[in-house]
Design a protein around this ligand. Sequence first.
Ligand SMILES: [Zn+2]
Length: 295
Amino acid sequence: MAKTSPFNPARVRMRARELAPGVQGVFADDVEEKDHTATNAGFVIGESGVLVVESLSNGRLASQLIGEIRKNTALPIRYLVNTSYHGDHCFGNFVFPQETTIIEHEFTKGFIDENFEEDRNFMIELLGEGRGVEEVVPRSANLTLTEGITLDLGTRKAEILHIGFAQTEGDLIVRLPEENIVFAGNMLQAPSPAFPWLLDGRPREAVETYHLLHDMLDDETIIVPGHGRPMCRSDIRYSIEYIEDLVGQIEGTLGQGLTLEQAQEEIRMERYSGYSMYEFIHFQVNIPAVYNEVS
Ligand SMILES: [Zn+2]
């Protein structure tokens, strides 16, 4: 599979942006100009410690994230949540203090513990050589969950939830009910024109999970996606429509007896072609994933 790096983790600059008092999203500095940027992170300052969401792709970016936290508080980093096993969300774990409790879905921890070397090679191929991924030291969760937990941060609460499969078996979201903010991880890549990356297939389950997420939120909820500027719940419709269109087209294709290669030639779906990752993700990832599953 020809891979395309959507960002260079050796160059990215991360900047914190206040979403509510004590709650910051941490975004690449080109997040307003691009439709797909380096992985987002965030942090929540409680009474006695900090909860961090994601550790990013390498030690350098994790250190930048910790630097952004330190501009705002000297409190200890008590929790770090990885929303999936994808290296761009968890490869910075090793830079965090030993006393930080790392939280993952049980599947995510199992995946990292069993597949780290292979997955690091995949990430080097995706993000490029000499960009800090070679130096990553494996570190997985010391607290796992399968459904959800609520963390009491003193002045505020954070819910860590697995609401269903969207991109990986272990997708987690971090929800702050009082502040009405959700860190959604790669479950949502970015607002349109970005659409889902169906790396592990299961499109119908993903659609169900999107509906669940949509119905949990309201029109004022601030959603921090995996890779782009903050979005609102009506933006979730676009991801649902993309998957439903794709499944419908592939079902039609199979009815005509087309091979995968023919499907990749024919299923253009021009409405979605404005996304910078369209050629790679639509044709090389999503069409094969859905074709293999539907057929
Ligand atoms: Zn990601």
